[in-house]
Design a protein. Sequence first.
Length: 376
Amino acid sequence: MKLESYDLSYDQEMISGEDLSSPVLSNATYPGFASPNILVTFERRQNGTSFPLSKPILREDGLILVGTEILPTSQNDDKNRIFVTNFLTSGSHPPAHIMVEQEVRDISWINTQAAIVAIGNKLQVIQLGDLAVGGPCRMQDPINTVHADCIREIAVSPTRDSYVLSGVHNFNNNLGLTCVKSTGFDEKVMLTDLRNHGDPKASAIIGQYNANDVVSSVRWSPSGSRLSWTTDGGDFQFVDTRVHSSQLQVPLHTFLNVNTLGGVFTHEYLDDVNIVLGFERGHMALIDTRMVRQESCTSLIESKLTAVGEIRRSKSDKFAIFGHGGFSTASLNATTNGLVHINMHQQTHQTLSKYKSSGDFSFENGSYLAVSDNLH
């Protein structure tokens, strides 16, 4: 396991976890990034191995949160936890942690002072104090269970931060989502209104959608008017929150003949109408939702990853692609005919498929990119 952070303005800053034996994110693999000049060490498990890490989140003042993903079958005497540290001041303050009962599958910012965490099949809000002055972090009680199985991914509405979308996914032993929006093996997508800053007694499920398949990812459109999800079987489904209408299902495996690319593991919005899909065998497809289904795929891209598990977008429209074999960064390119394309940068090495990466951009402007990697 390693956790690294990249300064995307100067390609100078990088932090790593304690286990430096893995070459997956080494300077040789990513020649555009400098060698690490900040090292954040995390405590190890009782057997001396590193904790498997969740997707990290970070702020631009250096604060990082990352959870551990010890499965119940391999937990032994180790408890899962959420590490909290500041990589800009980590030399004087070792990482703190909060013990949690189950594996942490996803973390997402609500605002700069609070985050929503998917712990097992529950959602919990963590309130963040000022670590520079010893301010405490407070974990609120779990919100009423919204899923029967482990939540893999959560997504907070960009326009109404009390809304969380959640769900559960099948990429490398469960992935999932949460207005929080969430997804899961129960083939349900849940929309939860946190209310009163995540008070468990006030929170309520305000939407529930049947995906009719294992849900692999959930997202909000940039305007917050549409929520969507993908399924392992190759469907992209979305709901327009502005009108009372049923969900629209786009069976990509039927209309686009993409079944040879494997399952659809993730998706992300390029804008309100264009999305990019990530596939099991490392490809990405660009979809224009305004076009008829048979013509909606405008481009197919082959990444250097052996599997695309996550695609993340920053508030400054930077993109990062994670999965098996490392990660890549990308930017948008609007062509003269109005179609949107992705320009790939920092292509990864193809010989590192035994590692699974995960990550996200810093919350405010996307100046930093935090990346964790684990053996799978």
